[in-house]
Design a protein. Structure first.
Length: 212
């Protein structure tokens, strides 16, 4: 098999035409790495290696481009690559390089998400865990990341009651509204015992302020 034409196509992309009328589009790095030139004879195995190297480069650059916009877990990025390139071997090879150079790091990603969900969004650990699992993180890594945030439960509940639900908690005898607030906090990911304690503390705090 022979390269009958090799010319710049667009930017750093070159068009290589083969004697079977096929055209393949290669980055200049691939052209250089394989020493390609017009008139060059190619073995089929060499052509397969060129195409694989080209696809690997595209997939790797695609992953890096995606990571410019947000972090990904290993599982998320693999699924994204596999959906586009339909090649398990290629996707695993790209993932290996991403991990090697620290672009994909599930523990680092889990720590970032834990801080976002618990400190910023004020989610309970249960909701944070569910959200993190949906991102493709393992339960072991999630539990490790959330461990340092366990003590924020009481503080976060107090914050939510004061800043988000205080207008609904003006009457301690309005059981229907109080239960509505509690249900909302359950959706935030908090347990019933923590919620009941926080609501009781909230009204106790209100009583203390009224005494003054």
């Amino acid at each position: 098999m022979k390269i009958t034409s090799l010319r710049q196509y667009k930017g750093t992309t070159y068009e290589a035409e083969l004697d079977d009328d096929r055209k393949i589009y290669l980055h200049i790095d691939i052209v250089t790495d394989f020493g390609l030139y017009c008139g060059m004879e190619l073995e089929r195995d060499t052509l397969r290696k060129i195409i694989y190297a080209s696809n690997f480069r595209r997939a790797y650059q695609y992953a890096l481009y995606s990571l410019d916009y947000r972090d990904y877990s290993y599982s998320e990025m693999y699924r994204k690559l596999e959906k586009t390139y339909k090649n398990e071997k290629l996707c695993f090879a790209v993932m290996e390089r991403l991990v090697k150079f620290g672009f994909i790091n599930d523990r680092r990603y889990a720590e970032k998400l834990a801080r976002k969900y618990v400190e910023t969004k004020r989610f309970g650990l249960r909701r944070a865990k569910t959200e993190m699992y949906a991102k493709g993180l393992s339960f072991d890594i999630i539990d490790e990341a959330l461990k340092e945030f366990e003590e924020l439960t009481e503080e976060n509940l107090a914050y939510l009651l004061e800043k988000k639900y205080s207008s609904l908690l003006e009457d301690r005898d309005d059981r229907k509204t109080i239960e509505k607030v509690k249900s909302a906090l359950v959706r935030y990911g908090y347990g019933f015992s923590d919620i009941n304690r926080a609501v009781a503390d909230y009204f106790e705090s209100i009583d203390s302020q009224e005494d003054f």
